[in-house]
Design a protein around this ligand. Structure first.
Ligand SMILES: Nc1ncnc2c1ncn2[C@@H]1O[C@H](COP(=O)(O)OP(=O)(O)OP(=O)(O)O)[C@@H](O)[C@H]1O
Ligand SMILES: [Mg+2]
Length: 626
């Protein structure tokens, strides 16, 4: 016999609802900070005891709550922030559900104290007893949450150690602090001040706060982004690939001022970094996306951490293309861009580097000396590329360096469409228009040592050449489809209905990737051709992974990724190998090409291609004062 249906008591309803909103002390901190910021606070003080488990106290100097509305503030579904559906659709405040205080009150000992500018003194309301008392405090609000989950012990057991809970609370504070540099924040934990960030103003406020929260190294190793387009805006700081971390713990994304974790944006960021990031490394960034509130639904999840975009494709494209463009410029040729320093000391402000002459396309100057094959040089010449008849390998033209004659190795077909020639004059003082400087030596057949105006540059020659080739291949193949190899005996494999549907929907994309898939029955598919370069690869695994990606992501992204993977493999096999002796001319030619090639700071696998050691760093190594 089933139990009879009955209405649940109010308190239990609140506790069930609280489960969605309040998971741990950090959730309480998040809700209280949301409220303080919505009340236009300029100073917020957070006090925690035992990682917030025993006490969370948040005090602000915002607008306050009038005495007669204190009780209402604690009621479920009571809010001052929206009044109708229209308000909900265009919500501009962080809160709007009117349930946070009620949820917290149902699982803790909560006291709300507040004073508006019109009040003579503050009033304090104890949630459990309803006791209202005069209270002493300036205009603003303080909320005290004691003994979280004291009434729901099962929940309390899920809490982690105090240190872990404290760390989660700090994460929340950092998120809010980063998006509100104009607000001062102070955090106290077990009686000790653990963070104090004063309010900033002016155009540099955002950077100043990012420096407070993430450290000055973050600012030095990041690029500024500020783009407005088609009703969307994106601004913030993105770390250069070198700054990437093994954990995704420094990724701060805000949509209209709200911290979010959104799949569309995460994928767009990942795609933008894909070509320059090593393995599973995670980029660091603080980015603010702005758009018409009507274009985004924030009422998707009780904690408001997820959002839904009306036009997700537009947002994806905007974020990806903006970040990709910011990351493409080689830092060696970008004035004021963070340099690939060895980090022996904090880098000095650098003199502006002149990038002219590289990207603008200097005319190629052919060597006037007769070209004679030099055996040593022959040895260095990259293996010829045969892919799709593209002659992508640089045609290094040089005479024998042993004669001491002035020769110019000419590198043609670089990624920017510019031919760069390098004059060998290693004795000439390095100057700023050659940011990677003059080659002075080759080290162990692996590295090029160069001298530039700031000090020493070390280049991984294989890694650098690999990137240059890769970028050339990408450019040259932009207009052409990949070469395919028909299979004499088609491969057949068991396919799910979803895979078959995806193959049908994206037949054109698949053929652009060099894959020809057709259904054999309701549960099997045949692979009739594969990309020529991957004829030896496991065709079934390739088809499955491409189908899985197409089902999840936009066709254009998948297309680009797989094409790029092929090209990267190709470039890696064609780039100069270690232990090839290079002449100074060849080394200089490589340096000049790096300066003119997009993304040349990283090899195709995301590893750095060069590092700089400034004179100051060298001086420090030798304890030499200047
Ligand atoms: N620090 C504060 N300063 C001024 N008013 C506040 C403060 N905190 C809460 N309030 C008032 O109390 C009301 C209820 O707060 P509560 O956090 O429960 O709901 P909300 O912020 O409106 O929505 P949400 O549940 O999405 O957070 C708010 O609408 C606001 O009017
Ligand atoms: Mg709220």
């Amino acid at each position: 016999m089933p139990s009879p249906i009955r209405a649940l008591p109010d308190e239990l309803i609140s506790q069930i609802a609280a489960g969605e909103v309040v998971e741990r002390p950090a959730s309480v901190v998040r809700e209280l900070l949301d409220n303080a910021l919505d009340a236009s606070a300029t100073q917020i003080v957070i006090r925690l005891l035992s990682g917030g488990i025993r006490l969370i106290h948040v005090e602000d100097d915002g607008c306050g709550i009038p005495r007669d509305q204190l009780a209402l503030a604690l009621q479920r579904h009571a809010t001052s922030k929206i009044g109708n559906l229209h308000d909900l659709e265009a919500v501009g405040t962080l809160g709007f559900r009117g349930e946070a205080l009620a949820a917290m009150a149902s699982v803790s000992e909560l006291t709300l104290a507040s004073r508006t500018a019109a009040d003579e003194h503050a009033w304090s309301l104890q949630a459990r007893t309803g006791e209202l008392r005069p209270f002493a405090r300036a205009v603003g609000t303080s909320v005290e949450v004691r003994e979280l989950f004291f009434s729901t012990p099962a929940r309390r057991k899920f809490l982690k150690s105090e240190a872990t809970e404290y760390a989660h609370c700090m994460d929340v504070v950092r998120r809010h602090a980063l998006s509100h540099p104009e607000v001062g924040f102070a955090v106290w934990h077990d009686g000790q001040c653990t963070a104090q960030w004063r309010a900033h103003s002016g155009p540099e406020a955002f950077k100043a706060r990012a420096s407070d929260v993430l450290g000055s190294e973050f600012i030095e190793g990041s690029l500024s982004v500020q783009v407005q387009q088609a009703g969307l805006s994106l601004q913030g700081l993105i770390g250069v690939p070198d700054q990437a971390r093994s954990r995704a713990d420094q990724q701060f994304m805000y949509v209209n001022g709200r911290f979010v974790r959104d799949k569309v944006i995460q994928h767009a960021v990942r795609a933008a970094y894909e070509d320059v990031l090593h393995g599973q490394r995670q980029p660091v960034f603080v980015l603010h996306l702005g758009l018409d509130p009507l274009g985004v639904d924030v009422n998707v999840h009780p904690t408001k951490i997820e959002v839904r975009f009306r036009d997700g494709r537009l947002v994806h494209h905007f974020v990806q293309s903006t970040l990709k463009a910011a990351l493409a410029a080689p830092r060696s040729a970008t004035p004021d861009a963070p340099q690939a320093s060895l980090g022996l000391s904090s880098p000095e402000p650098r003199p502006a580097l002149q990038a002219s002459g590289f990207a603008s396309g200097m005319p190629a100057r052919q060597s006037t000396l007769g070209l004679r094959a030099d055996p040593q040089w022959q040895a260095f010449r990259p293996e010829p590329l045969t892919f799709n008849d593209v002659q992508a390998a640089p045609k290094w033209a040089a005479t024998t360096p042993h004669t001491g004659a002035q020769v110019q190795p000419v590198v043609t077909g670089n990624a920017m469409g510019a031919s760069v020639n390098a004059t060998e004059r290693s004795t000439e003082p390095a100057h700023d228009d050659m940011p990677l400087g003059h080659a002075v030596a080759q080290l162990h057949g692996v590295y090029i040592l160069a001298e530039n105006a700031q000090g020493l540059v070390v280049v991984d020659m294989h890694a650098a050449h690999e990137r240059i080739l890769y970028e050339q291949l990408k450019q040259q193949l932009d207009a052409q489809p990949l070469e395919t190899q028909p299979l004499l005996v088609p491969l057949s494999f068991a396919a799910t209905p979803e895979e078959i549907a995806t193959a049908e929907t994206h037949a054109e994309t698949l053929s652009q990737l060099g894959l020809d898939l057709s259904p054999l029955s309701a549960s099997r598919m045949a692979i009739r051709s594969v990309p020529a370069r991957l004829a030896q690869a496991d065709g079934v695994a390739l088809a499955r992974s491409v189908l899985a990606e197409l089902a999840e992501h936009e066709a254009s992204t998948v297309l680009e990724r797989h094409r790029n993977e092929l090209l990267a493999t190709l470039a890696c096999h064609s780039a100069v190998r270690a232990n090839r002796q290079l002449s100074l001319m060849e080394m200089n030619a490589l340096l000049r090409q790096m300066e003119a090639t997009e993304r040349s700071d990283q090899c195709n696998h995301g590893r750095p291609t060069w590092r700089a050691v400034s004179l100051k760093e060298l001086d420090q190594l030798f304890l030499r004062g200047r």
